[in-house]
Design a protein around this ligand. Structure first.
Ligand SMILES: *Cc1c(COP(=O)(O)O)cnc(C)c1O
Length: 385
């Protein structure tokens, strides 16, 4: 079976892991954690990075640090991995779900502005949703597939309404925006190093940004909010530290970041080139890419109006050919725990998610595997009308 996204561990991973065992630095203190944080900050142009146990815990810590509290609302796209919404709930806040734009599959900045304009008002202690009587505590776009949406506009909206801007950049390491690294675009951005991401630590995450004080607060929160040297704690903290073992894998991975991104982009172009003709004939689309996208995942999109069943059937057939293909994020507003959430327009996400088929895009995928995938897609597509 050709896997969808497999970790690529043929660099220095084993060597650095041995080093952790030999030195007994296996826990949350160690030189790999510090080194990894430096590499991650450098890669996205941040002044610092706080390594954490996962992308999800990173979002929770980041939202807490920028002031999201019990009863608040946080604007997020409904088309995202469930973790974005879960982290909002972990703060005791509620997601305010909004649609994406077709062009980049990211939160629609125009919709966000319009909804805030129409439904919110400024009060002494913040921006409030008038009907809900809940404070809007942050906007959190998601860099879907490594696409960075119109962050200039998001920055403008956030500044106009004086609300923090956080980016769920979990799957976006290596992406750029207007030719520059993305670390300064939002007040805080969160990365994930889960096994299916471009860079993996087995599991892990990082919070990055350009405000030293804010990052220091994130670090404080993620390390139990302890005031050294004794057992004093000055707020409710979390134990969200990354271990030296995870970071050792991460350092080895980061050494190869450029080549990983290069491969991701090549895989994306390869599919578009080799499947271009059948796409035209069958009305298929490809995953959108913004300038500088890190192309985390690649695949095809069935024509408008097709339903999930059609996509699932194609995935099943591809599996018979030994190709792992899958559907993608089901919108948050269709998930059991979020069915009653406040939502604005969600039509694009609702139609789109059912038509997505992800194709193998590991960074160690071989030319033969790519060719076999394309041949298999062509065979399967010739059997459907
Ligand atoms: C992977 C991912 C997360 C969650 O990261 P974990 O490390 O798995 O907790 C959150 N948001 C998005 C958009 C993701 O792709």
């Amino acid at each position: 079976m050709i896997s969808l996204a497999m970790p690529n561990l043929t660099g220095n991973e084993k060597k650095y892991l041995d080093d952790c065992i030999d030195t007994t630095f296996v826990s949350s203190i160690g030189e790999y954690v510090t080194k990894f944080e430096g590499m991650v900050a450098e890669a996205n142009g941040s002044v610092g990075a706080v390594a954490v146990s996962s992308g999800t815990t990173g979002i929770h810590a980041a939202l807490t640090a920028i002031g999201v509290k019990y009863g608040d609302l946080v604007i997020i796209p409904t088309f995202t991995f469930i973790a974005s919404a879960n982290a909002v709930r972990h703060c005791g806040a509620d997601p305010w779900l909004m649609d994406i734009s077709e062009a980049d599959w990211c939160l629609d900045s125009e919709l966000v502005r319009k909804e805030i304009q129409e439904r919110c008002e400024r009060r002494d202690d913040g921006l409030y949703h008038k009907e809900r009587n809940q404070r809007v505590a942050a906007i959190m776009p998601v860099y879907t597939l490594g696409n960075i949406p119109n962050m200039n506009e998001f920055r403008q909206v956030a500044d106009d309404y004086k609300i923090p801007l956080v980016a769920d950049a979990a799957c976006a390491i290596g992406a750029t925006y207007e030719g520059a690294k993305f670390g300064a675009l939002a007040d805080l951005s969160i990365l994930s190093f889960n096994g299916n991401k471009t860079i993996t630590c087995g599991g892990g995450g990082a919070v990055v940004g350009c405000d030293q004080e804010l990052l220091a607060h994130v670090r404080h929160l993620t390390t139990t909010a302890r005031v050294w040297p004794d057992y004093d704690f000055d707020e409710v903290g979390f134990n969200y530290r990354m271990t030296n073992i995870q970071a050792a894998v991460g350092v080895a991975q980061m050494e190869r970041l450029d080549s990983f991104i290069d491969t991701k982009r090549k895989v994306r172009s390869y599919y578009e080139e080799k499947l271009g003709a059948v796409a035209k004939e069958k009305g298929l689309g490809f995953f959108p890419t913004t300038d500088g996208s890190s192309c985390w995942f690649s695949g095809i999109v069935l024509p408008e109006g097709e339903k999930l069943d059609a996509a699932k059937k194609i995935c099943t057939k591809l599996k018979e050919y030994g190709i792992e293909a899958r559907s993608f994020w089901k919108p948050v507003h269709l998930q059991e725990p979020y069915k009653d959430c406040l939502k604005s327009r969600v039509d694009i996400a609702e139609s789109l998610w059912q038509r997505i088929i992800t194709l193998p895009c590991s960074t160690n995928i071989t030319d033969d595997e790519l060719m076999k995938t394309v041949t298999s897609v062509l065979s399967v597509m010739s059997t459907v009308d």
